[in-house]
Design a protein around this ligand. Structure first.
Ligand code: ASP
Ligand code: CP
Length: 308
C-alpha cells in the first residue's frame, strides 16, 4: 500500500483505493477516540503551520481543530499583519516559515499549481488546501468520506456534480478521487460556460463513465448524490459573466420534492444563491455533516503524513 509518511499532499490523483479506505476507517476510529478523550496524544510535540493566502473558514479551522485534537500544536500565519504587506514574496514567506521547522505546512494559495512549484524548496510536507481553480484534494477526501459513510461504499454510485465546474477546484479533485473506485458514473451538470475542464475529462477517461448535461431536472432521479457548487465569483475573468449566470442553477426544497427519488445533497460550502436554505431540513441534506467530517478525515491524514 502507498505510504503517506513524509509526503506532500498536492493532488487527489496521488491517492489509491487502499489508502483511501484506510483513511476512511482511521477517521472513524479517531472520531470515536476524540469523542471519548477529547484530546489524544499522537501529535504531542509536533507543530503544524497553517498558511492561508486566500480566505477560508472550514479548511483552516478543521485542520487546526484536527491537529489540536491529535494533541499537537498549531501556528497560524496571519496574512493581514504579515510582511507580505511590505512586498515580500510568497516564496520567501514560505521559506522563512519552513526555516522554523514545522512538522507540516497546510497551504492555500490563489495561484494554480503554486504548491507544486515550491515543494522542492520546502522541507516540511505541504498539504495543498486549495490552489486557485486547480485542486482541493483534502476537500475531495472529506467529500468521498461522507459518501462512504452514508452508503457504506463508493463503488457503483451515480454522482451529479452541478454548478461552477470550470472555475471551481472541488469538482476536479472530487472527479480524480472518484476515479479510484469502480463503476462510478458522473453527470457534470452546468451551463456551457461553466462546464468541466478538459484536463479533468482526460484524466478520468476510461476510469469513470460520464455525461455532460446542462440541466439537472431530467436526470435527478438517476442520482445517488447531487454535489452542488458555488459560482466562483472571485475567479471569473469578467464580472458580467457572474451577472449573466447568477441564478442559472438553483436547488430548492420545492424543486427536489417534485421527484420520487431525491439524492443526498452535498456542497463544499460556502453557499450563495445555488442552494436554498429550504433544503436544509430535508433528510437528504448532508452538507453540514460533510463539513464536520472534514475534521476527522484531516486528523487521519495528518496522522498518516506524520507517521504517528
Ligand atoms: N470552499 C471551497 C473552496 O475553497 C468551495 C468554494 O469556495 O466555493 O474551493
Ligand atoms: N469547503 C471549503 O474549502 O471551505 P473554506 O473555503 O471555508 O475553507
Amino acid at each position: 500500500m502507498l505510504s503517506l509518511k513524509g509526503q506532500d499532499i498536492l493532488s487527489a490523483k496521488q491517492f489509491d483505493r487502499e489508502i483511501l479506505l484506510k483513511l476512511f476507517k482511521l477517521a472513524d476510529e479517531l472520531r470515536e477516540e476524540i469523542r471519548e478523550k477529547k484530546v489524544l496524544s499522537y501529535g504531542k510535540g509536533r507543530v503544524m503551520a497553517t498558511v492561508f493566502l486566500e480566505p477560508s473558514t472550514r479548511t483552516k479551522l478543521s485542520f487546526q481543530f484536527a491537529m489540536k485534537r491529535l494533541g499537537g500544536d498549531v501556528i497560524d500565519f496571519d496574512v493581514t499583519t504579515s510582511s507580505l504587506a511590505k512586498g515580500e514574496t510568497d516564496i520567501d514567506t514560505l521559506r522563512i516559515i519552513d526555516g522554523y521547522e514545522p512538522d507540516i505546512i497546510v497551504l492555500r494559495q490563489r495561484k494554480p499549481l503554486f504548491p507544486m512549484k515550491i515543494k522542492d524548496l520546502i522541507k516540511a510536507p505541504i498539504i495543498n488546501a486549495g490552489d486557485g481553480w486547480n485542486e482541493h484534494p483534502t476537500q475531495a477526501l472529506l467529500d468521498v468520506y461522507t459518501i462512504w459513510r452514508v452508503f457504506g461504499k463508493v463503488d457503483g454510485l451515480t454522482i451529479g456534480i452541478m454548478g461552477d465546474l470550470k472555475y471551481g477546484r472541488t469538482p476536479s479533485s472530487l472527479s480524480y478521487l472518484l476515479s479510484k473506485f469502480n463503476d462510478i458514473k458522473i453527470y457534470y451538470i452546468a451551463p456551457k460556460p461553466l462546464q468541466i475542464r478538459e484536463e479533468v475529462l482526460q484524466y478520468i477517461d476510461g476510469k469513470i463513465e460520464y455525461e455532460i448535461v446542462y440541466d439537472v431536472t431530467n436526470i435527478i432521479e438517476k442520482l445517488d448524490v447531487l454535489y452542488v457548487t458555488r459560482l466562483q465569483k472571485e475567479r471569473l475573468p469578467d464580472q458580467s459573466i457572474y451577472e449573466k449566470l447568477k441564478g442559472s442553477y438553483k436547488l430548492t426544497a420545492d424543486l427536489l420534492q417534485r421527484y420520487k427519488k431525491i439524492p443526498i445533497i452535498m456542497h463544499p460550502l460556502p453557499r450563495t444563491w445555488e442552494l436554498d436554505t429550504s433544503v436544509d431540513t430535508l433528510p437528504q441534506a448532508k452538507y453540514f455533516e460533510q463539513a464536520r467530517n472534514g475534521l476527522y478525515i484531516r486528523a487521519a491524514l495528518i496522522k498518516e503524513v506524520l507517521g504517528l
